[in-house]
Design a protein around this ligand. Structure first.
Ligand code: CTP
Ligand code: CA
Length: 230
């Protein structure tokens, strides 16, 4: 059967989407990474292209995924490479979506040669430095009229619920929309389905029903359309 026709409501919009997980090298063969599959970011890029947008996908590390038809794909590895690529692409974008799982920290030093274990040396300790907050930087640098979308994977803890943490994060980051996934118990990371909430800077909060990553992408683009086409 033919797939249902999608609206071309992103026609003429330049969008930039980041996806996947960054890797921070320890030595030539080892890194600190995370479990992001990249599937949500790829789905966002694919759906945006299907809806008529001019799409740049800045892809960090992902599971094996086919490149979204119609999108320009730029591959990066570290948070710093992602940062440089996002700033360049965002300069001319109407919409920026930070779906990548960016390492918060990187090893303070990168060994030039493979780290060896030794019986007469103490075992090594990894010292970490903070990476730049790319989303916050993009918000601070954004051109007039650009919409910026962030993602947050949250668990509740003794300091607050998933939604309470997410509301605070939206304020802190200053983005227009925050897509919130509840994680833990095998949710969101490495799974096909995603759900959560869509929080807007104007205080609007919409639940996103559990569904495919393409469905979540569609809900995000629906919200973006109502933001940019006012
Ligand atoms: N993000 C980013 N740069 C970073 C870290 C995160 O741009 N160095 C972006 C992510 O791509 C995501 C959003 O910020 O869109 C929220 O990421 P998250 O890890 O939930 O937020 P943090 O500010 O890193 O807070 P936490 O301490 O909860 O990890
Ligand atoms: Ca983080």
């Amino acid at each position: 059967a033919e797939p249902a026709a999608l609206p071309r409501d992103l026609d003429g919009l330049k969008v930039v989407v980041s996806a996947g997980g960054t890797r921070e090298p320890l030595d030539p063969v080892r890194y600190l990474g995370n479990r992001s599959s990249g599937k949500q970011g790829y789905a966002l890029a694919r759906v945006a292209a299907q809806r008529g947008a001019d799409v740049t996908l800045v892809a960090a590390h992902t599971v094996a995924l086919s490149e979204p038809a119609g999108a320009r794909v730029e591959h990066v590895s570290t948070a710093e490479e992602l940062r440089v690529a996002m700033h360049a692409a965002a300069e001319v974008a109407d919409v920026v979506v930070m779906a990548a799982a960016v390492a918060d920290f990187r090893p303070a030093s990168r060994a030039e040669h493979k780290i060896k274990k030794s019986d007469d040396q103490p075992d090594p300790t990894i010292v970490l430095d903070r990476n730049a907050d790319i989303l916050a930087e993009l918000v601070a640098a954004r051109p007039e009229g650009q919409a910026v979308v962030g993602f947050a994977a949250e668990t509740g803890d003794e300091h607050g619920s998933v939604l309470e943490h997410a509301r605070a994060k939206l304020k802190r980051k200053g983005c227009d929309l925050l897509v919130v996934n509840a994680v833990g118990d095998g949710k969101a990371f490495e799974v096909e389905d995603n759900g959560g909430w869509l929080l807007a800077a104007d205080g609007t909060e919409r639940p996103i029903p559990l569904g495919s990553k393409a469905q979540l992408a569609a809900a995000v683009w629906d919200a973006v359309v109502s933001l940019v086409k006012r």
